[in-house]
Design a protein around this ligand. Structure first.
Ligand code: SF4
Length: 275
C-alpha cells in the first residue's frame, strides 16, 4: 500500500517521454485519470500490472512505472489472463483501443468477460484505428466517415458496454475524456471491483476520426463528448428518438453475485489435491 502524496512524476517513466500522442489527443487525459485512480486505491507500483496490445492507446504502458507489457495486436487480454492466473494477487489492468479490444481482440474480450476473471479492461474508444491512418473500427458510428468508409459507414457499431454485460462482465461503465473527474471515480470503482470490469472511455482522435467528421480540432471533439453523453439515469426518461446519436454514461451494470474465475480455479486445485 502506498500512502505518499500524489505526484504524477512518481508514476511516470520520464526516460520514455516525450510521448508519441498528437497534441490534444484524449489519451493523456485517460492516462492521468488512471494514475490518480491507482494512487487513490493505494496500490504499490509492484502490485500493478498493465498490459496493452497495439495502437495509440497501447503505448500507455511504456510511459508508466508499473510492471508493464506491450503485447501483440488484440492479445493484451490473453497476456493479462496468464499473468493473473499465475499471480492472482496482482492488480491487472489492460489498456486497449476499440479496434484492438473489439475487432482483432473481440474473441478474447467476450471470453474474458464470460470467465469473470478479476481484472480491469479500459477501452480507449475513439471510433477509429488512429495509428494506422483512420480505418473504420467496430465502434464507429453509423453513417460516419473513415478512410475505409469514405461514403459513410453502413455497419451498426458495437456498444462496448452492452457487449461486455451480455458476455458476462460483472462491472460495466462508461465515461469520456471530457469528464475527467468522473472518469477517475469510475476507474476507482472498476479497479476495486472483484471480477471482470470494463470501462468504456469515449475519447478523441481528432487527427484520424475528427477531421473526417467535421470535428477537426480537439476542442470540437471534446464538445461532442460533452453534448452526446447522457447520464444513464436521465436516459431512462428519454425516447429512442431522443437517444439517437447519444451514448449513456455511468456505472451501467454491476453484480457481486457471480463466481470469479481465479478463485474458482484455485478452489478446484485444492479439491483435486485432497483426492
Ligand atoms: S492519431 Fe489519434 S489516437 Fe493517435 S495519438 Fe493522434 S489523436 Fe491520438
Amino acid at each position: 500500500m502506498i500512502k505518499t502524496k500524489f505526484n504524477y512524476d512518481y508514476y511516470l517513466r520520464k526516460n520514455t517521454l516525450p510521448h508519441i500522442w498528437c497534441p490534444g489527443c484524449g489519451d493523456g487525459i485517460i492516462l492521468k485519470a488512471l494514475l490518480r485512480a491507482i494512487h487513490k486505491c493505494g496500490y504499490s507500483k509492484d502490485e500493478v500490472v498493465i498490459t496493452s496490445g497495439i495502437g495509440c492507446a497501447s503505448r500507455l504502458p511504456g510511459y508508466v512505472d508499473f510492471n508493464t507489457i506491450h503485447t501483440t495486436h488484440g492479445r493484451a487480454l490473453t497476456f493479462a489472463i496468464g499473468i493473473k492466473m499465475y499471480k492472482p494477487k496482482l492488480k491487472v489492468i489492460t489498456i486497449s483501443g476499440d479496434g484492438d479490444a473489439l475487432a482483432i481482440g473481440g474473441n478474447h474480450f467476450i471470453h474474458a468477460a464470460r470467465r469473470n476473471i478479476d481484472m480491469t479492461l479500459i477501452v480507449f474508444n475513439n471510433y477509429t484505428y488512429g495509428m494506422t491512418g483512420g480505418q473504420y473500427s467496430p465502434t464507429q458510428p453509423l453513417d460516419s466517415f473513415a478512410t475505409t468508409t469514405p461514403f459513410g459507414s453502413i455497419e451498426p457499431p458495437f456498444d462496448v458496454c452492452n457487449l461486455a454485460q451480455a458476455a458476462g462482465a460483472t462491472w460495466v461503465g462508461r465515461s469520456t475524456s471530457y469528464h475527467a473527474v468522473q472518469l477517475e471515480k469510475f476507474m476507482v470503482d472498476a479497479l476495486t471491483h472483484t471480477g471482470f470490469s470494463v470501462l468504456d472511455v469515449i475519447t478523441n482522435c481528432h487527427i484520424s476520426y475528427g477531421r473526417r467528421n467535421k470535428m477537426k480540432s480537439p476542442v470540437e471533439m471534446i464538445k461532442y463528448q460533452k453534448e452526446k453523453a447522457i447520464p444513464a439515469r436521465s436516459a431512462e426518461n428519454m425516447s429512442p428518438e431522443e437517444l439517437t446519436g447519444r451514448f449513456k454514461t455511468g456505472v451501467l451494470f454491476e453484480t457481486k453475485d457471480n463466481p470469479e474465475f481465479c478463485s474458482e480455479y484455485h478452489k478446484k486445485l485444492e479439491l483435486l489435491k485432497t483426492k
